[in-house]
Design a protein around this ligand. Structure first.
Ligand code: 13P
Length: 251
């Protein structure tokens, strides 16, 4: 059985003060929840959030990591820097990184390999844009993202990898893929992994859905066979909304 994983992606939101307030409100609301709970927060919030989540079941995540160990890479943050703070998960290849910051399947691959080498668990994002979807290119796009983005990953690597399927047209738009549609597409991603890395890997791999997930649609999405969790943007910024997703079983 795959353990569900609900992760918040705060994106470029929350000052340190706001971050601590949110965590303090969130902690009691998720204290008894079954899924694994992760908050992926801006670098500047990491230290304060690490202290605020102490003693709770909430795990710490970052929103990116450099591919190099250290050196002249202005503006980048290394795996060692994250590990020393206590970061466990790191989002890699989010569509906003691909869209606004020039991330490619190759840079995603390099960052993910570095995360794996250092012992961080990458949450690797894949997903098609609206245009690609309308042109019936969803499968082709996902295949390229998996084949090139996951190049040279070993079967063992997958024990520490989470994939997030985020259709770009559903991010922050209020449009959610239907549960059936998300399930089918995630099933396709799983079949790609099966073809390359084998059925044991594919069976154990956790794949999240992301894109306008909220307390009102979480239960239906999470009921789907292939959906093992959620990567939550907007709704992760409000404690009651995020907790409502984490506790989807009670909805
Ligand atoms: P929203 O939940 O705001 O649609 O964002 C999803 C997302 O991009 C999570 O990484």
């Amino acid at each position: 059985m795959r353990k569900p994983i609900i992760a918040g992606n705060w994106k470029m939101n929350k000052t340190v003060k706001e971050a601590v307030e949110l965590i303090n409100e969130l902690k009691p609301l998720v204290a008894k929840s079954k899924p694994e709970v992760v908050v992926c927060v801006p670098y500047t919030d990491l230290w304060a959030v690490k202290e605020a989540i102490a003693g709770s079941k909430i795990k710490l995540g970052a929103e990116n990591v450099a591919w190099a160990d250290n050196g002249a890479f202005t503006g980048e943050i290394s795996a060692d820097m994250l590990l020393e703070i206590g970061v466990e998960y790191v989002i890699i290849g989010h569509s906003e990184r691909r869209q606004y910051f020039g991330e490619t399947d190759q840079s995603v691959n390099a960052r993910a390999k570095q995360a794996l080498k250092k012992g961080l668990k990458p949450i690797i994002c894949v997903g098609e844009t609206l245009t690609e979807r309308e042109k019936n290119k969803t499968k082709k796009v996902l295949k390229k993202q998996v084949v090139e983005g996951f190049k040279d990953f070993t079967a063992e690597d997958f024990a520490n990898i989470v994939i997030a399927y985020e259709p770009v047209w559903a991010i922050g738009t209020g449009k959610t893929a239907t549960a059936e549609d998300a399930n089918k597409t995630i099933g396709y991603i799983r079949s790609l992994v099966k073809k390359i890395w084998g059925s044991e890997v594919a069976k154990a791999l956790r794949i999240q859905y992301g894109g306008s997930m909220k307390p009102t649609n979480a239960k239906e999405l999470m009921a789907m066979r292939n959906i093992d969790g959620g990567l939550i943007g907007g709704a992760a910024l409000k404690a009651t909304d995020f907790a409502g997703i984490v506790n989807y079983k009670n909805n």
